[in-house]
Each structure stands twice: as structure tokens, then as C-alpha cells.
Design a protein around this ligand. Structure first.
Ligand SMILES: [Zn+2]
Length: 170
């Protein structure tokens, strides 16, 4: 842990904590234009999820591929301070898994949108599929949205365009 300076670490933590990041704003404004109404940073749910759609009992989470270890090309591991980074990544992934269980137990459906799925050329398709999945309103399917292992470290660097698993969004 001490291989990373205090300043550096607080910069890193700041990035993790910061809400209202670009990708999140993008998803929110798109959903809003599509007629969805939601609440932000809901304190009554574990982890204070950023985008909550009570009417659909749905939570939308935008995950950074690097921080949350999506199996895509963006989930690189820095060459230096590997122990620090790996510990950090493990904590993030474990927290994500915990939240997924908690939301499922509480009867909320979690929709995960990965940052790479918001790249300009795939963005519209991703968001259309997200909106469709939310509207389909199938509570029992919620678990499958996050069925893809979060720790797909050995996944190939290049994945099919769009990268939003049908099974996950269904
Ligand atoms: Zn990704």
C-alpha cells in the first residue's frame, strides 16, 4: 500500500468516489430523453446507487472498465505498484458482487452498463437495448443481467462490437 504516495492515492480515491462522471451523465440524459424518470444517489439502497427507476424497480449502474475489471481492452493493469492495484481491483469487484446480491435480495433489477459500451459508435445501440430491457419489466430476469463474471481477466482483448451481452440485458 505504501508504494503509492498519499497524494497519488487520494487522487485515485477521488476519481473512484466522484459521481456525475461523463458516462453516467450520458446515460442519464439519454434515459431522460427517452421518457424515463429516476431518482439520483438513492441513500436508502445499499451503495447509494446513482440512477434508480422506482417505477421499474431498476437500478442502472455505469461501471468503468478499468476500475471494475470488465474483460475488455480497457481493463489494463498498471505495470508499477501491482500489489496496490490488484488489491484495489479485488475490492471493487467484491463490492460489485456484494451489491448485486443485495439488490437481488431486495427485489431490484440491476442493469450494468460498461463504459466501453458507451463508445460513440456503439452508444445508441447500447442505450436502446438498455431502455428496452428496463421496460420489459421482468423481475426474475434481473439476476441474469449481472451473470457475466465480473473478473474475466483472461478474456481476449478484443471482443465483439457492442459488447453488451444479450443474456445480460435480457
Ligand atoms: Zn469494457
Amino acid at each position: 500500500m505504501d508504494t503509492v504516495s498519499k497524494e497519488r492515492r487520494s487522487a485515485i480515491m477521488g476519481r473512484i468516489r466522484s459521481k456525475d462522471t461523463g458516462p453516467e451523465r450520458l446515460v442519464r440524459s439519454w434515459l431522460h430523453r427517452d421518457g424515463f424518470r429516476f431518482r439520483l444517489h438513492v441513500k436508502s439502497l445499499p451503495g447509494h446507487p446513482d440512477v434508480v427507476l422506482p417505477r421499474f424497480r431498476a437500478i442502472v449502474e455505469v461501471r468503468g472498465c478499468f476500475w471494475h475489471r470488465h474483460g475488455c481492452a480497457q481493463a489494463t493493469t498498471p505495470k508499477t505498484h501491482r500489489r496496490f492495484w490488484n488489491a484495489k481491483f479485488r475490492r471493487n469487484v467484491a463490492r460489485d458482487a456484494l451489491r448485486e446480491r443485495q439488490y437481488a435480495e431486495l427485489g431490484w433489477r440491476l442493469f450494468v452498463v460498461w463504459e466501453c459500451e458507451l463508445a460513440p459508435r456503439v452508444r445508441d445501440a447500447t442505450l436502446a437495448r438498455l431502455a428496452d430491457a428496463i421496460r420489459r419489466d421482468e423481475p426474475a430476469e434481473g439476476l441474469r443481467l449481472v451473470a457475466e463474471p465480473a473478473t474475466a481477466y483472461d478474456a481476449p482483448a478484443s471482443r465483439p462490437q457492442g459488447n453488451m451481452k444479450g443474456a445480460r440485458m435480457r
